[in-house]
Design a protein around this ligand. Structure first.
Ligand SMILES: [Zn+2]
Length: 96
């Protein structure tokens, strides 16, 4: 997302009804604490971590942390976990 589009989205989010934003926040929190992330301790989850989890790829579940590899995900282009040992250590850090 370009910086200009990000500013537009941020502005637009300020115009939405508070109740809609509230339920959007609930969706982000639920996404960050269920399924793959169900072992999360909910009261200890930082807001920024919940946002990162929301923003990860819907196919492979990865976030861009500068990982490299030869076999990219068809959706986001990030290499799959088995490509690179460095990524495995980065991913373990992110989920610990
Ligand atoms: Zn992906």
């Amino acid at each position: 997302m370009t910086q200009r589009l990000e500013r537009l989205m941020f502005w637009l989010s300020g115009k939405l009804p508070r109740s809609l934003v509230y339920f959007c926040a609930i969706r982000v929190a639920a996404h960050a604490t269920t399924g793959y992330y169900s072992s999360s301790v909910v009261p200890e989850l930082p807001a920024m971590e919940a946002l990162e989890r929301w923003n990860c790829c819907g196919v492979c579940g990865q976030m861009d942390k500068g990982q490299t590899g030869e076999h990219p995900c068809p959706e986001c282009g990030l290499p799959y976990i088995w490509d690179d040992e460095e990524f495995i250590s980065l991913n373990v850090e992110a989920t610990a």
